[in-house]
Write a protein that binds this ligand. Structure first.
Ligand code: C2E
Ligand code: CA
Ligand code: CA
Ligand code: CA
Length: 278
C-alpha cells in the first residue's frame, strides 16, 4: 500500500542537496581546469591487423587534477555534457589534435587521429566553419582526422545530425560510428549518414572467446561492414588470441591493451616503432 504524503521528505533530503553542491563544485573545477590547462590528451594506437602497421590513434582526454591525479573521462565528461562546458572542452580537444597531427607530420609521421564528439557539440559547439578554419590554421589534411560519434547522437535529431555530418564529411574528414552494436536501428542509419568506419564495441570483443554469441555478433558486424564497403575497427583487443581471431574474421583495424594503452605523447612516440608487430 502507498502511504499518503510519503514522499514529502524528498524536498528536504540532505543527500540531494549534497549531490547538487558537488555538481556545482565540479562544474566550477572544470572551468578552472580549462584555464589552468589541466586537460591532456592520451593517444591509443590503432593498428592495421594485416599489414601489422601502426596507422594512427584515438585521442582520449584525461584531467591532470592537482590533488586527485589523473581523472578518467567517465568521471567528468557526462557532467561537462550536461552543463555545456563540453563545447569549450571539445574545441580544446580538436585544436590539440590538429596541433599534434601537424607536429607529427613535420616529423614525417602520417597518422590518422580520431577523437570523440558529444551530441551536445552538434551543430554549434563544433561548427563546420570552426572545423574548416582549424584545419586550415594547422595545415592538416582533413583525411588525417576522424570524428567518432555514437548512434545516440544520430538519433537525437536526425536532420540536424545529418546536416552537420554531411558538412564535416564534405570537408574530407572521416566519420566513425563508435560503440557499434550497442544501440539499435544500426542498419538503416548506416545508409542515411556518411559513415566510413564501424568501431565494434569493446564489450563484444572482450567476451568473444568465452561466448559464442558475442563471437557470432562480431563476425556479423565485420561481414556487414565489409559488404557495405566500410572499414571496421575492433576496440578492446586485449590478447594475441583476440587479434588473431579478428584478423581471421577479416577485421581491418584494431585497438586495445594488447597493442598499447592510451599513452601520453612522449610514450606514444617511444612505442610507435614496435607496437604493430604483435
Ligand atoms: P570510448 O570512446 O568508447 O573509448 C574507448 C575506451 O576504452 C577508452 O576509455 C579506452 O581507454 C578503453 N580501452 C581501450 N583499449 C581497451 C582494452 O583493451 N580493454 C578495455 N577494457 N578498455 C580499453 P577512456 O579513455 O577511459 O574513455 C572513456 C570514454 O570517455 C570514451 O569511450 C569516450 O566515450 C569518452 N571520452 C574520452 N575522451 C573524450 C573526449 O575528448 N571527448 C568526449 N566527448 N568524450 C571522450
Ligand atoms: Ca571512441
Ligand atoms: Ca568505443
Ligand atoms: Ca563508450
Amino acid at each position: 500500500a502507498k502511504a499518503a504524503g510519503g514522499d514529502t521528505h524528498v524536498f528536504f533530503d540532505p543527500t540531494l542537496s549534497r549531490i547538487a553542491e558537488h555538481r556545482r563544485q565540479l562544474e566550477k573545477d572544470l572551468r578552472q581546469a580549462l584555464h589552468k590547462e589541466e586537460f591532456v590528451l592520451f593517444y591509443q594506437p590503432v593498428v592495421d591487423l594485416h599489414a601489422r602497421r601502426l596507422v594512427g590513434a584515438e585521442a582520449l582526454i584525461r584531467w591532470r587534477h592537482p590533488e586527485r591525479g589523473l581523472v578518467s573521462p567517465d568521471a567528468f565528461i557526462p557532467l561537462a555534457e550536461q552543463t555545456g562546458i563540453i563545447d569549450e572542452i571539445g574545441l580544446w580537444v580538436f585544436d590539440s589534435v590538429c596541433r599534434q597531427i601537424s607536429a607529427w607530420r613535420a616529423a614525417g609521421h602520417d597518422y590518422r587521429i580520431s577523437f570523440n564528439v558529444s551530441g551536445r557539440q552538434i551543430p554549434d559547439g563544433l561548427s563546420p566553419e570552426i572545423l574548416a578554419e582549424t584545419l586550415r590554421r594547422y595545415a592538416v589534411p582533413p583525411q588525417s582526422i576522424a570524428l567518432e560519434i555514437t548512434e545516440g547522437v544520430l538519433l537525437a535529431d536526425v536532420d540536424q545530425a545529418r546536416a552537420w555530418l554531411d558538412a564535416a564529411h564534405g570537408l574530407g574528414m572521416r566519420v566513425y560510428l563508435d560503440d557499434f552494436g550497442t544501440g539499435y536501428s544500426s542498419l538503416s542509419y548506416l545508409k542515411r549518414f556518411p559513415v566510413d568506419t564501424l568501431k565494434v564495441d569493446k564489450s563484444f570483443v572482450l567476451d568473444m572467446h568465452d561466448d559464442g554469441n558475442e563471437r557470432t555478433l562480431v563476425e556479423a558486424i565485420i561481414a556487414m561492414g565489409r559488404s557495405l564497403g566500410l572499414d571496421v575497427v575492433a576496440e578492446g583487443v586485449e590478447s594475441a588470441a583476440h587479434a588473431d581471431l579478428l584478423r581471421h574474421m577479416g577485421c581491418h583495424y584494431a585497438q586495445g591493451y594488447h597493442f598499447a594503452r592510451p599513452l601520453p605523447v612522449a610514450e606514444f612516440e617511444a612505442a610507435a616503432g614496435h607496437i604493430a608487430a604483435q
